[in-house]
Design a protein around this ligand. Structure first.
Ligand SMILES: [Fe+2]
Length: 509
């Protein structure tokens, strides 16, 4: 629980921090950094046909709020090459790592060739970073033969080890999607298998050190260095179950928004996002689309920042509410109306063979009987009219082969969307969790019995999803780790599904 006093102090600190970039000069100090500064590895993201974003952060001591860096800007050079040994350099430059953004670097590279693999590295103060592998996308009108993506979510650090990433790297995906809960803000909880700071993250310093801890993990670093990532957040990058300008424990919007501003700032500092995605106060736009030639388009959603407030809270136990009439109010949106309008327009315009909606949740309705009918008011079931409008648009705009990818629920779930599961409007796949603990067999059996559109459920294994696309078909593989409670554990195929192009509905292999 965060005190009002702490949040006010932090709001004042943020107001001061925003003055720093203007106050510093463009001159970059020839700083000596005695200790190795690339402790958080490298990353790339936001690929286009001619480039991508390259990321790193200088932090010799990543568990210190300032990363162990001096309070001055530092020059960081970057190089992009056509070969892993970095002999054939095709682009290079110098970026400025400044204390106002935790000495993070976001380089937007352009001028590269489409549909090509590249390697990159940074150097600063005589130190060289690890080499990362990345790639550009095919051109917009290209028809690539295949695309392999891997997608994950929910990596609670203290709940398990991240062997899922060993398997993900071995799968050699072209693109990795992370669908939320990259960090957890909480203090140390139950079922801890590795040490974790005892305080809840609530201001810029504590969010930064939380990312410092998470991004110190070598398995996560290897996954970032293997392929470009596209990231969206869920709630725990800020606070459990938050929406719009409130969380569950703090009803004062002004206080909550100052916390949200700090959390979004730290998120931006640690992700390979474009500078245009950088936060402005408590606001930061992460909804966007990505094209992979004419083979696939991804629509990435933000279901936290713009939603209408939760409804029927007075009747809720936790996030569970009865089927109250306000739930169906068509004026309510999980996306907020501007983002929803953007999505409708994007779906009307897409010409891609596969359209993958990348969002935070298990999207289909989940009826729960306790014993009376209950719904969660945190996800889509709190905003069913919004979900219905998306399903209607898939049909009305004749969107080619819609597929939904999700996270949040810490289970592997395959389900069919729409009112008739035998004639679904789209198939949806939640790819488990990297390490956060999920539901047991008995609970999921009860859920499956009440919701016949669920085709597969598994909550006791950790892992990720893999999607292989060709013009003809979409193969989804749920990849599970044998035991995420030990440091090193092999992965296996938990379940496989096939969706044939032009036909709605999945077939379990
Ligand atoms: Fe989660």
């Amino acid at each position: 629980m965060i005190e009002r006093r702490q949040l006010l102090a932090q709001a004042a600190a943020l107001a001061g921090a925003s003055l720093l970039p203007g106050a510093s000069t463009s001159a970059v100090a020839a700083t000596r950094i005695a200790d190795y500064p690339f402790t958080l590895g490298v990353a790339s993201g936001e690929p286009t046909p001619d480039g991508m974003v390259l990321w790193t952060r200088l932090a010799p001591r990543p568990l210190d709020p300032d990363g162990g860096m001096p309070q001055q800007p530092v020059a960081v050079t970057w190089e992009v090459a056509e070969d892993a040994a970095l002999r054939r350099i095709v682009a290079k430059g110098t970026a400025r790592a400044a204390p106002g953004s935790a000495h993070a670097v976001h380089v937007e590279v352009g001028g590269l060739k489409p549909d090509r693999v590249y390697w990159y590295r940074f150097t600063a103060a005589g130190h060289a970073s690890p080499t990362g592998r990345t790639r550009t996308t095919p051109t917009f009108d290209a028809r690539p033969q295949r695309l392999r993506i891997a997608y994950g979510s929910c990596q609670k650090y203290e709940a398990g080890y991240w062997s899922a990433y060993d398997a993900l790297v071995a799968d050699a995906p072209d693109l990795v999607l992370f669908l939320g809960d990259y960090i957890y803000e909480g203090a140390t909880g139950k079922n801890t298998v590795r040490p974790h700071p005892p305080v809840e993250a609530h201001d810029l310093a504590t969010y930064r050190t939380r990312y410092g801890l998470y991004k110190s993990d070598p398995k996560l670093q290897a996954a970032h260095a293997a392929a470009p990532w596209m990231v969206i957040w869920d709630d725990h990058e800020v606070d459990n179950d938050y929406g719009l300008d409130q969380d569950r424990s703090n009803p004062d919007p002004a206080l909550f928004l100052s916390r949200r501003a700090a959390a979004y700032q730290a998120y931006y500092e640690h992700m390979p996002l474009r500078r245009t995605a950088g936060p402005v106060g408590p606001n930061m736009q992460i909804y966007r689309a990505l094209n992979w030639g004419q083979l696939a388009q991804f629509q990435f959603l933000d279901t936290r920042q713009y939603r209408n407030r939760r409804t029927c809270d007075a009747l809720s136990e936790g996030k569970s509410i009865p089927d109250c009439p306000q739930r169906d109010d068509p004026a309510r949106s999980l996306l907020g109306m501007p983002q929803e309008a953007w999505l409708m327009k994007t779906l009307a315009a897409t010409t891609a063979q596969w359209n993958l909606l990348a969002q935070q949740y298990q999207m289909g309705e989940l009826k729960r009987y306790r014993p009376e009918l209950r719904y969660s008011n945190d996800g889509w079931d709190g905003y069913p009219a919004c979900r219905q409008r998306i399903e209607d648009q898939w049909i009305k705009a004749r969107v080619s082969n819609p597929i939904v990818l999700g996270g949040d629920i810490h289970c592997f779930i395959a389900d069919e969307l729409g009112s008739d599961p035998d004639r679904p409007v789209a198939s949806a796949f939640v790819g488990g969790s990297i390490s956060s603990l999920g539901a047991g067999r008995a609970d999921l059996d009860k859920l499956a019995a009440a919701n016949p559109h669920l085709r597969f459920t598994e909550g006791e294994k950790r892992g990720y999803g893999r999607v292989d696309l060709t013009a003809k078909g979409c193969d989804v593989t749920f990849r599970a780790v044998e035991n995420a409670l030990v440091q090193q554990s092999p992965a296996f195929d938990l379940a496989k599904f096939h969706v044939e192009a032009g036909r709605r509905g999945m077939h379990k292999a």
